[in-house]
Design a protein around this ligand. Structure first.
Ligand code: SF4
Length: 407
């Protein structure tokens, strides 16, 4: 148990609405094909469905106050005076959309919210980039591109059904630079079929040569939500499941990446994220810091401070509902004090600066007492005064910390 005090009553909000800086997430759930490891709710649809979807997103943005009210989502007083400073187009593959459609969404966000847009991110797959699009993206206000690189090995990319090849990455980066994008992030996945120590090292070295400002590294997720994950769980061989590296090897890849990126001057600020100084993702930091964000589009999640909610995943039903003037919101949940406290620990500890236990104890009126002693004795966390953080040398096994905290 977290504390002797009762912590299950609803909290009004943990987000200060004074000087509120809001993030906006827009979900674009369309892809050209389905990667074997993907467990997201995305679909492969005809391009003719893009414009109606974007129209629905713009309608949701323009009418968000009344849609929320009708769905029982209460925004904290003062929330509507918040200034939007980050926008994130995620997916799916939002770079598949015609640039005009992205411009339509950024324009609608600007018209609807007070804004000072400092970071507008577009998730892009390398093969979707061309010079005309890149120039139009910049004109639409996009100033950061998050690339789904995943690997520099064509064998690994082919095995998981990615549409791009290594050459596409080398082709796309100069196009973006030429168009004026000064903030590029690369995603890599550790644990792909056929990945070896050598090929992982090569992917890191090629990444280093292209010098993105930001890097995200994810470990392959093995669950029933993806075709590859299911095959691995069932000990099958389809999708090259038999060539997926062991957990120990994946942990080794992660440790190699930590050392490699540190040598290149990247700041490791969250378990899966590194940035050159000043290029940490402002938008994603809002998630881990429990700051407010609104999500628009099918399956998008939102957090107002007092509530969390998510739209239904199915893109067709989403468009229908919004067109009929209804928010397809599911799981509208008030954040309880106990829930908020757990989020402080779970989200806070993901950040390598750690958490201020003293502040949390004061704010929530709880005693965390001996909660971290066992983890500290096991060398999984470090404590310095009130600050507890994950032990830098044991990050690859940080899951053990979160499992222990849930007990
Ligand atoms: S491109 Fe991304 S979202 Fe689309 S199927 Fe592949 S992994 Fe999933």
């Amino acid at each position: 148990m977290m504390s002797e005090k009762k912590t299950t009553e609803a909290v009004k909000t943990n987000v200060s609405t004074k000087d509120l800086r809001l993030g906006i997430y827009v979900q674009v759930p369309f892809c050209q094909t389905k990667c074997t490891y993907c467990n997201f709710h995305t679909g492969v649809v005809a391009a003719g469905r893009f414009a109606p979807y974007v129209n629905a997103v713009c309608r949701e943005v323009r009418r968000y106050r009344e849609l929320y009210r009708a769905s029982g989502v209460a925004l904290p007083p003062g929330f509507e005076n918040g200034v939007v400073d980050t926008v994130y187009f995620g997916g799916g593959t939002p770079s598949l959309l015609e640039a005009e459609l992205l411009g339509q969404m950024t324009g609608t966000i600007r018209e609807t919210f007070a804004n000072e847009l400092t970071e507008v991110t577009l998730e892009a797959d390398p093969e979707t980039v061309n010079a005309t699009k890149a120039v139009a993206w910049v004109a639409a206000g996009i100033n950061r591109v998050s690339f789904g690189v995943q690997s520099f090995s064509d064998r690994e990319l082919v095995a998981v059904g990615r549409m791009h090849r290594r050459e596409d990455i080398y082709r796309a980066v100069p196009i973006l630079r030429e168009a004026g994008i000064r903030n590029i992030s690369f995603d890599l996945i550790a644990g792909l079929p056929y990945q070896t120590k050598e090929s992982w090292r090569e992917s890191l070295e090629e990444l280093g040569k292209l010098a993105p400002e930001h890097v995200s590294i994810y470990l392959l997720e093995v669950d029933e939500g993806s075709r590859l994950g299911l095959e691995i769980l069932q000990r099958g061989t389809r999708y090259s499941a038999g060539t997926v590296p062991s957990d120990d090897l994946m942990a080794d890849f992660y440790d190699t990446a930590c050392a490699f990126l540190a040598d290149l001057g990247y700041h490791h600020y969250e378990i899966s994220n590194w940035g050159k100084p000043g290029f940490e993702s402002r938008h994603n930091l809002k998630y881990w810091r429990r700051e407010a964000y609104l999500g628009f589009g099918a399956g998008a999640h939102s957090f107002s401070g007092g509530h969390r909610w998510a739209n239904a995943h199915d893109a067709g039903s989403y468009v229908e509902a919004i067109t009929a003037g209804k928010l397809p919101a599911e799981q509208v949940e008030p954040v309880t004090r106990e829930g908020a406290l757990n989020e402080e620990l779970f989200l806070g500890l993901r950040q390598l600066d750690g958490i201020d236990v003293g502040r949390i104890e004061r704010e929530y009126g709880v005693g965390l007492g001996t909660k971290f002693e066992g983890l500290q004795a096991a060398g999984l966390v470090e404590r310095s005064g009130d600050v507890v953080r994950l032990a830098p040398a044991r990050l690859s096994v940080s899951n053990e910390v979160f499992v222990e905290l849930m007990r």
